[in-house]
Ligand binder design. Sequence first.
Ligand code: NAG
Length: 229
Amino acid sequence: MSISAQLVLLLCACCVQAQDFMSPNVNVLSELGKIKDLEERVKTTENVMQSQKNSVTELTTKLDEVKSENEALKTTVQTLQEKVESLRNENEVRKVAFSASLLASGEGHTGPYNSVPSPLIYKKVFTNAGNGYDSNTGIFTAPVKGVYYFRFYAHCHGGIKMAVSLFKNGERQCSVFSWKPITNGNASNGVILTLEKGDQMFTKLWENTWVYDDPASYTSFGGFLLFPL
Ligand SMILES: *[C@@H]1O[C@H](CO)[C@@H](O)[C@H](O)[C@H]1NC(C)=O
């Protein structure tokens, strides 16, 4: 037998032997493979779970952030609501303006008086936004602290002096005066004042003077809030 023939024989024998040896173990290998496969799958599942855990942690953190953002927004909205409310009130408070003339109807002079009994009471009210003016007393009471503008106008017929002053809490601020006009007299004056809430404004005749009014509303008094302080 040649060496190569011997080698072939030997290989064949080996093959047969290997087959015999391996054949009962084919299942073990496949089981091993399955186990490996399982291991892979467990690992994958573990990874998936880990990443899901991470996602949950991230989401929880995110949720906490959103929650505190929401809280902050709530506070902001509340602050804004309060601001809107106070602006609305301020805006309401800004609406202060009145205008009135002396006689509600008819015509005639008011005065003269030796002792002037009261402020001039302007009865025909054109406007009284904010209800600061009282047509029973002729007195305007400032509903808010602020800077106000007031003006008054006086008219009279001839013969007697016409003189009217504007008062703040009983203190004279400004006046008009007409010395016995031949036919009739007209005069007006006005002032800008800083008033505290509750300050009172009114006009008053001087002693022994008069003013005239009729439906043409010659003699009048008015004022308004320029801006609150
Ligand atoms: C005062 O005003 C009245 C009404 O406008 C007018 O008829 C009169 O002439 C005026 N008097 C004077 C002195 O200007």
